[in-house]
Design a protein around this ligand. Structure first.
Ligand SMILES: Nc1ncnc2c1ncn2[C@@H]1O[C@H](COP(=O)(O)OP(=O)(O)O)[C@@H](O)[C@H]1O
Ligand SMILES: [Mg+2]
Length: 339
């Protein structure tokens, strides 16, 4: 990877950008603040995040990739272009860019992102599939003809895949991940305690106290919200058990997604996975007890990768050196542009 190689993990929650020789240079929320009247970007990343819910009507401060679906091409394209500009303004040569985009986006949406990279000055644009990047970033040698399974739990989607010989054998993308966990926590607290909490509070509670395997009822934190009947602010003590109850259906759905992919995987490769285990990546892999839950439900060893939030970005960075080998899951997109 040279200093003109830019790797972008365009996540639904966070965007991580790497530059050859420098490693990670941007790690910020996938948010853009966009002036619809003037058609200009006001801020991206952390600066734009602070503006969510605080802008006049003609300015949008949004997470365009939320839920794994690009809801607004214009803002997504603007966000990608602004992130690239942020890291490449001092560059003389046009960069090569590898993009890792959410697996659930459509061809049209994909194109908007690629166009953004090309119009931001990229010499070449490559697309890499998320599970491939996640495994490379987790330090797995995917070139061998052995089955490997990865479960990448991000903000909007959980991507489950079996790979072998540098390619994807079976995969599935579920729209159940970090954001849905937060929503489930909000719903549970409101139904059981009649208190409405905000998204950020729910996410913090998830990070601090969630436990989806053998929760300890004595482990508690205090959160704040608004009482639905009284209409006034109120503090509430919740335990690991509450979080377990709030999240148990969703964790079961993820385990069933893993089962579904394994059922469609050739038996030889399933045998490999039973030996080598399932690897969890993405921020959701940090959900306490999820590895143990999946291991218990599936009967294969399951482990969380080192620094799971950064696996995809590290895999994208490493992919510059593997472009010859990665047949499936790696496309030289700029070749298609002028068809
Ligand atoms: N310690 C943690 N426990 C549970 N979830 C976490 C933890 N840290 C981060 N997350 C969740 O991980 C998600 C973001 O993961 P990430 O891999 O960056 O997503 P994406 O690739 O979609 O941008 C968010 O929903 C966030 O709440
Ligand atoms: Mg991701």
């Amino acid at each position: 990877m040279s200093s003109f190689d830019i790797g972008i993990d365009l996540g639904t929650a966070n965007t991580i950008i790497t530059i050859g020789g420098k490693g990670i240079v941007v790690n910020e929320p996938s948010v853009v603040a966009y002036d619809r009247k003037k058609k200009v970007v006001l801020a991206v990343g952390s600066d734009a995040y602070k503006m969510i819910g605080r802008t006049p009507e003609y300015i949008v401060a949004v997470k365009p990739l939320k839920d794994g679906v690009i809801s607004d091409h214009e803002t997504t394209e603007a966000m990608v272009a602004a992130f690239i500009k942020k890291v490449s303004n001092s560059m003389m040569l046009k960069p090569r860019i590898i993009l890792c985009v959410p697996s659930s986006i459509t061809d049209v949406e994909n194109r908007a992102v690629i166009e953004a990279a090309l119009s931001a000055g990229a010499r070449k644009v490559y697309i890499i599939k998320e599970p491939i990047a996640a495994l490379i970033g987790a330090g797995v040698d995917i070139s061998k003809p052995n089955g490997t399974m990865v479960v990448d739990i991000g903000g909007g989607t959980t991507d489950i895949a079996v790979t072998s010989f540098n390619g994807i054998v079976q995969d599935i993308s579920l729209k159940i991940a970090g954001n849905k966990f937060d929503e489930a926590i909000i719903k549970y607290i409101s139904n059981n305690y009649k208190i409405l909490i905000g998204e950020k509070t729910a996410e913090q509670a998830k990070i601090q106290i969630a436990n989806v395997f053998e929760p300890n009822e004595k482990n508690k934190i205090t959160i704040k919200g608004r009482h639905l009947v009284k209409g006034l602010p109120e503090a509430l003590e919740i335990s690991e058990k509450d979080m377990y109850e709030a999240l148990k259906d969703l964790t079961e759905e993820i385990a069933m997604g893993v089962k579904n992919v394994l059922e469609r995987t050739p038996p030889e490769l399933v045998g490999d996975i039973l030996n080598s285990g399932i690897i969890l990546t993405g921020g959701g892999a940090l959900l306490k007890g999820l590895d143990k839950y999946i291991q218990c439900r599936i009967g294969a060893p399951c482990r969380v990768a080192d620094a799971p939030l950064e696996c995809v970005a590290k895999g994208v960075e490493a992919a510059f050196g593997l472009s010859e080998e990665l047949l499936d899951g790696f496309e030289h997109i700029s070749l298609y542009r002028y068809k």
